[in-house]
Structures are given as structure tokens and as C-alpha cells.
Design a protein around this ligand. Structure first.
Ligand code: ADP
Ligand code: MG
Length: 226
């Protein structure tokens, strides 16, 4: 028991160190990108290199952000939240991007028992990651369907379906493993974070695809009743 506590304490400390390092890397990155911007405005001879440097700095920032999310090991402060409201807030964040990219988000939340004990920010992160993937799978627009139903009064099922490029079966086997991405600018951490957060909220995630006709993500979460 004592050994177990000591190990979990060690894990906590190494998580904190990792998060600290990630934060510290951000500052020099901001300085570098500031100077790059300054130099590129003065000299356009190397503009294509500057744009590569900038997009690589952007990618490093993305990886650090996702790494910081991953380094938070637990659901620290769960509270009762309506999952429908969490979904509504996230959809709102994507409204202008959806308009701009010709994506319609159709929501059909029928669950009457939809209160989940969760950390709202982590749960939002789940839907943000899934919506981002759906958008990226539909570069010329399409439809994302959000359904929310009760399997029974103790479980809520959230289904997010897009009609994008879909996932071939050989890719489906690999997704969720760290750094696996098929995108030029992907980090390959989004689904791993999603799965981790849902697992920590005692739920489950299932991803299926009718390649090349879209992707379906099903999330089941326990309903909270006091
Ligand atoms: P990233 O988005 O950075 O690539 P993710 O972990 O979010 O990392 O996704 C891993 C891979 O899973 C993606 O690169 C893509 O190949 C595939 N994928 C995930 N969601 C979808 C989706 N909705 N439609 C098509 N492919 C998807
Ligand atoms: Mg992603």
C-alpha cells in the first residue's frame, strides 16, 4: 500500500515537472516567433522559409497545449453538469467556423436524464476534439449530427456523426495511439486525450466508420443522480 502511494506520488511529481517544462518551452517559442515576424517584415527574400518556421512553431504550440491537457492526471473537481448544456456551449464555439466552412451541425438531444458528474472543461475538450476532427474530415463542408439519448436512466449515449472522408479500417486500428495522425499538421493526440478523459469519467468511447462515407463516435457516460 505504502509503495503504491509512493508510486502515485512520484507519478504526480513527474506529471508536474512535465507540465512545468511544457509551460517553460512556451515562453522562448513566443520570443522566437516574435523575432521571426520582425525579420520577415524586414527581408522578404526568405519568406517561404519564414512561413515554414511559423507553421512549425504553431505545431509545437499545439503539441504543448495537448501535452498539458494530458499531464493533468485526474478528474480533480467534478460537479454535476447537464451534458446537453456542455454540448450546446461547444457547438456555439464552432458556429462561425461552421458557417464559414459550409458545415451544418444538427443537434437532437432527447436525453431526459442528462446530468453527468464531470469536470466541464475536460468534457468540453472532448467535444472540441471530436468536432475539430469532423471539420477536418469535411474540407468542402457537410453535416455533423449530434444525438443524445438515454440508454436507460443510468446511462447517456452521445453520438457524433459526420459525413466526411471516413476512416479506412487499417487506420481505424491505429487511432488513439499517441502521435498517430494522417494529417500534415496533426498532432495525433486528440483522440487519445478524448479517450483518456471519458475513461476517467467512467464512460466509454467507440469509433466506427463506413469508409469512405463518414465517421461515427459513440460516447457513453454514467448519469449522476443524488
Ligand atoms: P489529429 O487530429 O491531430 O490527427 P486525432 O487523435 O484527433 O489526431 O485523430 C487521429 C486520426 O484519426 C486522424 O489523423 C484521422 O486520420 C483520424 N480521424 C479522427 N477523427 C476522424 C473523422 N471524424 N473523420 C475521419 N478521420 C478521422
Ligand atoms: Mg484531432
Amino acid at each position: 500500500m505504502e509503495e503504491y502511494i509512493r508510486n502515485s506520488e512520484k507519478l504526480k511529481i513527474s506529471g508536474e515537472i512535465a507540465a512545468g517544462v511544457a509551460h517553460e518551452i512556451r515562453n522562448p517559442l513566443t520570443v522566437i516567433s516574435g523575432f521571426i515576424k520582425m525579420i520577415s517584415e524586414k527581408d522578404s527574400a526568405f519568406s517561404q522559409y519564414f512561413s515554414i518556421i511559423n507553421s512549425e512553431i504553431h505545431r509545437m504550440n499545439l503539441i504543448i497545449s495537448e501535452f498539458l491537457i494530458l499531464s493533468k492526471p485526474h478528474v480533480l473537481n467534478p460537479k454535476a453538469h447537464s451534458i446537453t448544456e456542455v454540448i450546446n456551449e461547444v457547438i456555439l464555439l464552432f458556429e462561425s467556423e461552421a458557417n464559414f466552412k459550409g458545415v451544418s451541425i444538427i443537434k437532437n438531444c432527447k436525453a431526459t436524464h442528462d446530468v453527468v458528474l464531470c469536470e466541464a472543461n475536460q468534457m468540453k475538450q472532448v467535444f472540441i476534439n471530436l468536432l475539430k476532427n469532423a471539420f477536418e474530415a469535411m474540407p468542402t463542408g457537410g453535416t455533423i449530427q449530434f444525438d443524445c439519448i438515454n440508454l436507460n436512466k443510468n446511462e447517456v449515449l452521445i453520438v457524433i456523426k459526420d459525413n466526411g472522408i471516413g476512416i479506412p479500417s487499417e487506420v481505424l486500428k491505429k487511432i488513439g495511439t499517441p502521435f498517430f495522425t494522417t494529417k500534415e499538421n496533426g498532432t495525433g493526440l486528440g483522440l487519445m486525450i478524448t479517450e483518456r478523459i471519458i475513461e476517467q469519467h467512467k464512460g466509454s468511447v467507440k469509433i466506427s466508420s463506413n469508409h469512405p462515407r463518414g465517421t461515427c463516435v459513440e460516447i457513453t457516460l454514467p448519469v449522476y443522480s443524488d
